[in-house]
Design a protein around this ligand. Structure first.
Ligand code: HEM
Ligand code: HEM
Length: 185
C-alpha cells in the first residue's frame, strides 16, 4: 500500500543527482567554452574527449534522474509562493530537463556528423547517431552552441529564483534542495 504523505523536501537520491549533475554540467560548460578558443593541439583533443565523456555521463544520469522523478513527485512549494510562480518554476524545471537531454544529444549528433565517434572513457565505443555530413555537422555545431546559451539564460533565472527565495523571501525553497540548510518554517 502506498501512503499519500506530503513531503517537504526532495528525496536524498533527487538531491544527490541534482548537485552531481549540476557540477558535471558546469565543468562540461567551462571546458567546452575554453577549448573552443584553443589552437589544435594534443591538449585540445584531450580536453574534447573529457568534454564528451562528461556530457555523456550527464545524459545517462539525467535519464536515471527522470525515471526516479517519475516515481517520486516534487514536494509541494510553501503556500506563500503565488500560483504564477509555482507554474513558472514548473516551466523552468521542464526546460532544464529538456536541455539536460538536448545538449549532450546535440553534441553526440554533431560529433557523429563530423565523423568523430565517441569512445566513452576511452574504452567503450558508442555508436554514431548519424552518418558523416559536413553541412549537417556545421548546423549541429550551431545548435549545440545555441542550446548552451539557452541553458545559460535558464540557469540564471533558476539560480536567481533560488537565491531570491532564500535571502529575500526567506522561505524554505532552497532548503528543499540543500539538506544542511536550517529550516525557517
Ligand atoms: C552537459 C553537456 C554539455 C555541455 C554543457 C556542453 C557545452 C559545450 C560548450 C559551451 C561548447 C563550446 C561551444 C563554442 O563556443 O564553440 C561545446 C563544444 C563542443 N561540444 Fe559540448 N557540451 C556538452 C556535451 C557534449 C557531448 C555529449 C558531446 C559529444 C559527444 C559534445 C561535443 C562537443 C564538441 C565536439 C564541441 C566543439 C569542440 C571544438 O571543436 O572546439 N558536447 N560544448
Ligand atoms: C546546471 C545546473 C542546474 C540544473 C540543470 C538544475 C536543474 C534543476 C531541476 C530540473 C530541478 C527540478 C527538480 C525536480 O523537480 O525534479 C531543480 C530544482 C531545484 N534547484 Fe536546480 N539546477 C541547477 C543548479 C542549481 C543551483 C546552482 C541552485 C542553487 C543556487 C539550484 C537550486 C534548486 C532548488 C532550490 C530546486 C528546488 C526548487 C523547487 O522545488 O521549486 N539549482 N534544479
Amino acid at each position: 500500500m502506498r501512503l499519500n504523505v506530503v513531503t517537504t523536501r526532495y528525496t536524498r537520491t533527487a538531491i544527490g543527482l541534482h548537485w552531481l549533475i549540476a557540477v558535471l554540467i558546469i565543468v562540461a560548460f567551462a571546458l567546452g567554452w575554453t577549448m573552443a578558443d584553443m589552437e589544435n593541439s594534443p591538449r585540445k583533443l584531450r580536453w574534447i574527449s573529457w568534454h564528451k565523456w562528461l556530457g555523456i555521463t550527464v545524459l545517462g544520469l539525467t535519464a536515471v534522474r527522470l525515471l526516479w522523478r517519475l516515481g517520486h513527485p516534487a514536494p509541494a512549494l510553501p503556500a506563500s509562493v503565488p500560483l504564477w510562480q509555482q507554474k513558472a518554476a514548473e516551466g523552468v524545471h521542464f526546460l532544464l530537463y529538456g536541455l539536460m537531454f538536448a545538449i549532450p544529444l546535440s553534441g553526440w549528433l554533431f560529433s557523429s556528423a563530423r565523423g568523430f565517434s565517441v569512445v566513452y572513457l576511452g574504452i567503450l565505443p558508442l555508436p554514431d547517431l548519424i552518418g558523416a555530413n559536413e553541412e549537417l555537422g556545421d548546423w549541429l555545431h550551431t545548435v549545440h552552441i545555441g542550446l548552451n546559451y539557452t541553458l545559460l539564460a535558464v540557469f540564471g533565472a533558476h539560480v536567481g529564483a533560488a537565491l531570491k527565495h532564500h535571502f529575500i523571501e526567506r522561505d524554505d525553497v532552497l532548503a528543499r534542495m540543500v539538506p544542511w540548510l536550517e529550516r525557517k518554517g
